[in-house]
Write a protein that binds this ligand. Structure first.
Ligand code: AMP
Ligand code: ZN
Length: 304
């Protein structure tokens, strides 16, 4: 994937006023036009999923730090996680902070971790909420969630953000319920993205597990076909970008959060995650920078 192609696309998005740069790679302000694409796509996902009657949960970008700790995320992806820190000193520490700022030195040493961490994926904050209710009903749980997510992966690729939104549907229940859900959403996700008129492919994938042990985890995830990605070329045709993910966590999160089915077994979980910014970028890439002149069928699917 060429960095030049990524920079070129990013610069075009900025020149057209769709994104606004900040001092940080992977962090942008989004224009009204960009936001409107996301809102309309979000509504399309709602229309596709309402028949199943999911429970809707909307999260702030931060979640309890305890949720991050329990989830196992820090074992597998310490490089991506982010915690929120804040000043915790007195007058003396405050004076030191101001002096550091004035000298242009690092002023962050006195920051202490708060009880809040960024959500790395929009489904994470939902598991402790469901677990707190006790064993699941016989038909399990089905959630429709959305959150801003943080991943520390700065990049010039406008499709690799540090803060972005994931719209997800989450299924918690027996292996059979969860696998049936994933099959249903694999078909639905493909149909939704086909209606967007973009070239796409669905393939087995793995998460970027950290370190040497992580290579084995990634290989095993692939061997068992636990993760699929719906890929759309954005800044490269050889390395298309994952815009939708279909994840089967087996009983990993069930164990981590104490989720149980009605008969007392550890629950299995799966989720389908739509990367809202990436999907908006895929549309802008393939249909041009002005949604008013996008193909009629795509406009109808989004704006009705
Ligand atoms: P994952 O939890 O890694 O399966 O991600 C779910 C979806 O979130 C992916 O299919 C992407 O569409 C989106 N996504 C993941 N990482 C990023 C990122 N760094 N920037 C923008 N979107 C992302
Ligand atoms: Zn998820």
């Amino acid at each position: 994937m060429s960095t030049e192609a990524q920079i070129a696309f990013r610069d075009e998005l900025i020149a057209h006023g769709l994104l606004h740069a900040t001092d940080v790679d992977g962090l942008y302000a989004q224009s009204g036009v960009f936001e409107d694409i996301i809102t309309r796509f979000d509504a399309l996902v709602t229309r596709s999923g309402t028949a199943d009657g999911p429970e809707v949960l909307r999260f702030p970008p931060g979640m309890a730090r305890s949720t991050l700790e329990r989830s196992g995320y820090l074992r597998s992806f310490p490089q991506l996680a982010g915690t929120i820190h804040s000043f915790a000193g007195g007058d003396r520490e405050h004076a030191a902070l101001i002096a550091e700022l004035d000298r242009g030195d690092d002023w962050t040493g006195g920051q202490k971790a708060t009880g809040i961490a960024f959500a790395p994926a929009s489904c994470y904050p939902s598991y402790p909420i469901v677990a707190r209710r006790g064993p699941l009903p016989a038909d399990g749980a089905l959630l429709d969630v959305q959150s801003w997510c943080f991943r520390h992966e700065p990049s010039v690729d406008p499709a690799r953000l540090q803060l972005f939104r994931q719209r997800e549907h989450v299924r918690i229940g027996t292996p059979q319920q969860v696998l049936e859900f994933r099959e249903r959403w694999l078909k639905r996700g493909r149909a939704i993205m086909e209606s967007m008129g973009v070239p796409l492919d669905i393939d087995v994938a793995n998460d970027p597990f950290f370190g040497r042990a992580g290579r084995m985890l990634a290989a095993s995830q692939r061997d068992q076909a636990l993760k699929f990605e719906l890929l759309v070329p954005i800044t490269s045709t050889e390395k298309p970008t994952a815009c939708v993910s279909f994840n089967y966590h087996q009983d990993h999160l069930g164990h981590a959060f104490g989720l149980h089915t009605a008969d007392g077994a550890v629950a299995h979980t799966a989720c389908v995650g739509f990367g809202l910014e990436r999907i908006a970028l895929a549309l802008l890439r393939h249909h041009g920078f002005d949604p008013k002149v996008w193909p009629e069928a795509v406009r109808r699917a989004l704006w009705g």
